[in-house]
Design a protein around this ligand. Structure first.
Ligand code: SF4
Length: 345
């Protein structure tokens, strides 16, 4: 059955009109779903009985099922969610001083094959549908409702490559951004790609002021070729050209994610090389200390190397931060909880 969470306001209005009801019923339904967050059509008390019955027979209102929930001492909450076909994805609530960010998965598994990634251990099974991403936000929001908090930020950085599921991810973002619904501001929404260049160019033309993050993780093609297969298709020069076009046309700054892997990409030379690569961009670099996954060979960089790398970028006048770590006492690495549930970690 089609999910009611697949549709934005405009589409809901068209659907109810096509079913023989009034256009304004579309907005009423949207408010019930995203502001009141009811779990059944029967609770939509200002809709007529015939409309409620029609909705019941035409659409599903179910959310993903929480099969596991881990709460870390820093307040991070990680969910393992089961979808209609029993496949599982992960969703994480991260606590910041400025609000609650939810990290959303966009695919079941991932085909990009980054060698350091727990999600890449499980190949892509399928793309997530729009309602399955909306459902992740609503599950997180229901959890936050218990303490009268709200989802203030969304990062599409969980399992999957969002730009390998571009259309569904964009439709999902338009729904959560809807002012009469969850109203999560576009500037509070970030999408992270491993570097699918044609979709970076497509994003330029979206009517959305969202943030773009790029998983770079290497200062040159030799290293990036080894750890990220995508680099064989779009190398670092091609990627940079697309990002400069993105920055020029949108006036928005790109964030580069850089995972520090011991002995692989964390030397002083690597830091200077990265600074040189980034010189023509008005970027921001997020250094990420690595969370080791038992299945691969990589180790976390030492504190000394992390700080040295950071200091060199600073000295080279690159905007840089070291990402705060979340949920260290739970299965914090992306895909780790799901991999464990499927016996791969
Ligand atoms: S890092 Fe991202 S793109 Fe790469 S395998 Fe993992 S989930 Fe996929």
């Amino acid at each position: 059955m089609i999910s009611i969470y697949d549709w934005n306001l405009e589409k809901l209005q068209t659907i109810v009109e096509n079913l023989g009801f009034k256009k304004y019923n579309g907005e009423q339904i949207l408010r019930w779903l995203y502001q009141s967050r009811v779990d059944s059509f029967d609770k939509m008390s200002n809709l007529s009985l015939p409309l409620r019955e029609t909705l019941k027979s035409s659409f599903s209102i179910d959310l993903p099922k929480v099969v596991k929930k881990q709460v870390a001492s820093d307040g991070t909450i990680k969910f393992l969610l089961e979808l209609e076909d029993k496949r599982c994805v992960e969703t994480v609530i991260m606590r910041y001083v400025y609000g609650n960010a939810v990290c959303v998965s966009s695919q079941v598994g991932c085909n990009m094959g980054c060698s350091f990634c727990a999600s890449g251990l499980l190949k892509k099974v399928r793309d997530l549908q729009v309602h399955e991403m909306v459902g992740q936000i609503l599950v997180a929001q229901q959890e936050l409702d218990k303490t009268n908090e709200r989802v203030s930020h969304v990062v599409v950085m969980g399992i999957g490559e969002p730009f390998d599921n571009y259309e569904n991810v964009m439709n999902f973002i338009y729904i959560i951004n809807e002012a009469k619904g969850l109203a999560i501001g576009a500037r509070h929404i970030s999408v992270s790609t491993s570097g699918i260049v044609p979709k970076i160019k497509a994003l330029i033309n979206e009517k959305l002021q969202i943030n773009l993050a790029v998983s770079l993780h290497a200062p040159n093609d030799t290293i990036r070729d080894k750890i990220m297969k995508i680099n064989h298709v779009y190398n670092m020069e091609t990627l940079k050209e697309a990002l400069i076009e993105y920055e020029t046309k949108t006036n928005r700054r790109v964030t580069f994610e850089y995972l520090l892997l011991d002995g692989i990409n964390d030397s002083s030379e690597n830091a200077y090389e990265l600074a040189a690569y980034l010189k023509d961009t008005c970027c921001y670099v997020n250094l990420i200390p690595y969370n080791a996954v038992s299945e691969n060979i990589y180790k976390r960089s030492s504190e000394k190397n992390i700080n040295n790398f950071y200091n060199i970028l600073k000295k080279e006048k690159i905007n840089v931060t070291i990402r705060r770590e979340f949920g260290n006492d739970i299965d914090a690495a992306c895909g780790q909880l799901r991999a464990k549930s499927e016996g791969k970690s």
